[in-house]
Design a protein around this ligand. Structure first.
Ligand SMILES: [Ca+2]
Length: 103
C-alpha cells in the first residue's frame, strides 16, 4: 500500500482529531460543549490563553452550533477549522505564520 498523499493525510488527520475529542463520552459523532472546551484548550491553547474572557468560547460554540442542539457535529466543527485556515492563510499573505505569531 502506498503512503497517503499530503491531502489525504490532512483529511484523515482532521477526522481522527474530531473523533478523538468527540469520542471522550463514547459518542464520536458529536462534540458537546465540554469536549469543545477540551479541544480548544488543548489544541488551540495559543488562541484560548490570549482570551481573558471565558465568554468568548461560549460565544464561539453558539456561533458554530448552526442547528442549536448544543453540540458540534463534524460539519459544524469543519467550519471552525475552515475559519482558522482562512485566518491563517490571510495572515500568511501579510507576514509571519499565523500560529507562530500567536505564541
Ligand atoms: Ca450542532
Amino acid at each position: 500500500m502506498s503512503s497517503p498523499s499530503e491531502t489525504e493525510w490532512c483529511v484523515e488527520s482532521l477526522v481522527a482529531l474530531f473523533q478523538k475529542y468527540a469520542g471522550k463520552d463514547g459518542n464520536s459523532s458529536k462534540l458537546p460543549k465540554t469536549e469543545f472546551l477540551s479541544f480548544m484548550n488543548k489544541e488551540l491553547a495559543a488562541f484560548t490563553k490570549n482570551r481573558k474572557d471565558p465568554g468568548v468560547l461560549d460565544h464561539m460554540m453558539k456561533k458554530l452550533d448552526f442547528n442549536s442542539d448544543g453540540q458540534l457535529d463534524f460539519q459544524e466543527f469543519l467550519n471552525l477549522i475552515g475559519g482558522l485556515a482562512i485566518a491563517c492563510h490571510e495572515s500568511f499573505l501579510k507576514g509571519p505564520l499565523y500560529f507562530k505569531s500567536q505564541k
